[in-house]
Design a protein around this ligand. Structure first.
Ligand code: HEC
Ligand code: HEC
Length: 415
């Protein structure tokens, strides 16, 4: 007689238990996906840095003496409040003023690409630098415009050499004064680098301080020593720290239900992990996403051929390095040309570009180019399922679990 209620209770109990284990099962799946994709505890990506060199490196990162007009520092475009980028679609260099959107109101030199943030740069395995992989460490050695004699085999050190020698970025691009650099000839560029070091030597205590920190006699300090210190600061300051997702994967920390759902879309039906993998959520390789192009573009006339500019291989047209995703919630606007204002829109463009593309404002040329990009995207992208708005909200929530803070505040440098 008691059998029926007992039975019912047992079934109910079984259902409840099932519900509970189903939940931990989802969490267990997410952990194991993350491990399979190459996520490691943050410390495993660290490269040891000398604290004295890091300290001088920070002062150099914040020094306007590195720019031809003494008005621009690394810290004019890599700012804490914009997640170590600049909050602009495309960066504004020499003669720029103010920060974020108001910088557009002044007459600074315009660059064709979105400023990259610095999280994890200089860490182990972060070998492909810039949107187009202009500087890359391979098994055969370092590839860059320095050819067979790169100043260092560390890709971050070589990458740090470029901004102070780049027209528009830190070298004045008007009146033809520095036009010689347009040839991008290494010898000319390095002679200008020598001028910068002489200036630092005369006008600041930084070369003396670097000499004390490195034991290199002050008169022997070169531009490469200076850039090694700047790179040392970047590698230390922005090195990966434990995020809530690391804590979940490695330390049994908790994520909200929505974050777990988003994580499962990321590793599951969204297949984000096929490109955003490894310790930095980037395969360090090049793919096409059908983001619209903003501004005049690296190749002019509103185009940017991306990786093709480096390899001249038609198969590389419109490819860009897979964006690493730590602190991506803080670095709007998105894409290589900063054409996308929100994270959810950036995700939508990956899977369903025609749903968001404002092509009604396009000229016939824009439409032609965009059609080519869509074609290249469709050939490359691992489309498995469509994602609805709820999936995209969940993905956005998941990406917020990848936030962490830098080691030290960086001073914002006004001209
Ligand atoms: C005018 C703004 C501006 C200034 C000044 C500037 N940067 Fe950048 N930075 C950018 C932009 C834009 C990019 C992306 C360029 C590209 O990939 O084509 C970038 C990319 C980088 C990267 C590559 C990051 C990656 O993910 O591969 C490093 C490293 C870097 N900058 C370091 C520096 C250092 C060091 C300085 C000072 C010596 C500096 N930047 C000055 C705008 C700036
Ligand atoms: C086929 C490889 C690939 C896949 C799959 C992929 N991405 Fe990307 N992702 C990229 C590349 C490449 C870029 C940079 C493209 C550009 O700027 O032109 C990027 C950029 C982004 C950005 C913008 C980052 C920034 O700093 O501008 C976000 C956010 C992003 N991806 C998230 C995702 C999510 C979420 C998924 C899964 C739905 C996903 N990606 C799937 C390759 C991929």
């Amino acid at each position: 007689m008691r059998l029926v209620p007992l039975c019912l209770a047992a079934i109910l109990c079984a259902l409840l238990v099932n519900e509970a284990t189903a939940e931990t099962l989802r969490e267990r799946m997410l952990r194991s996906y993350a491990l399979q994709s190459g996520l490691v505890p943050p410390e495993e990506t660290w490269v040891p840095q000398d604290p004295n060199v890091v300290a001088v490196g920070q002062r150099l990162f914040e020094s306007k003496l590195l720019s031809s007009e003494r008005d621009t520092a690394c810290a004019s475009c890599h700012l804490d409040r914009f997640g170590s980028a600049d909050g602009l679609p495309t960066a504004i260099g020499v003669e720029g003023q103010s920060f974020g959107r108001t910088r557009v109101e002044f007459d600074g030199d315009k660059l064709p690409r979105n400023a990259l943030p610095l999280w994890g740069r200089g860490g182990k395995g972060f070998d492909t630098m810039f949107w187009d992989g202009r500087v890359t460490r391979t098994k055969e050695g370092l590839i860059s415009q320095f050819g067979s004699t790169p100043p260092s085999d560390d890709p971050l050190v070589v990458a740090a050499h470029l901004p102070p020698l780049e027209l528009g970025e830190m070298v004045m691009d008007r009146d033809g004064r520095y036009q010689a650099y347009e040839a991008e000839d290494v010898a000319t560029a390095m002679s200008f680098a020598g001028t910068i070091v002489d200036r630092l030597r005369k006008e600041s205590p930084l070369i003396e301080q670097l000499s004390t920190a490195t034991d290199i006699p002050a008169p022997e300090i070169t531009f490469t020593d200076v850039m090694r210190a700047v790179a040392s600061f970047i590698a230390f300051n922005y090195r990966l720290q434990e995020t809530r997702f690391h804590a979940f994967v490695f330390g049994g920390g908790a994520l909200s239900e929505q974050e777990v759902r988003g994580g499962l879309v990321f590793y599951g039906k969204g297949q984000c992990v096929s490109c955003h993998n490894g310790p930095y959520f980037s395969d360090q390789a090049f793919h096409v996403i059908a983001f619209p192009q903003f501004g005049y573009g690296f190749n002019g006339f509103g185009t940017d051929y991306g990786r093709y500019n480096m390899t001249q291989d038609p198969g590389d047209l419109f490819r860009f390095r897979t964006a690493p995703l730590f602190n991506v919630t803080r670095t709007a606007p998105y894409s290589h040309s900063g054409s996308v204002s929100s994270l959810s829109e950036a995700i939508r463009y990956h899977v369903d570009p025609l749903a968001v593309e404002p092509s009604k404002n396009f000229t016939a040329e824009d439409r032609q180019l965009y059609a080519r990009r869509i074609g290249a995207w469709a050939a490359d992208y691992p489309l498995t399922a469509t994602l609805d708005n709820a999936d995209i909200d969940d993905l956005t929530a998941f990406l917020a679990a990848l936030e962490y803070e830098s080691e030290r505040p960086v001073v914002e440098i006004q001209p």
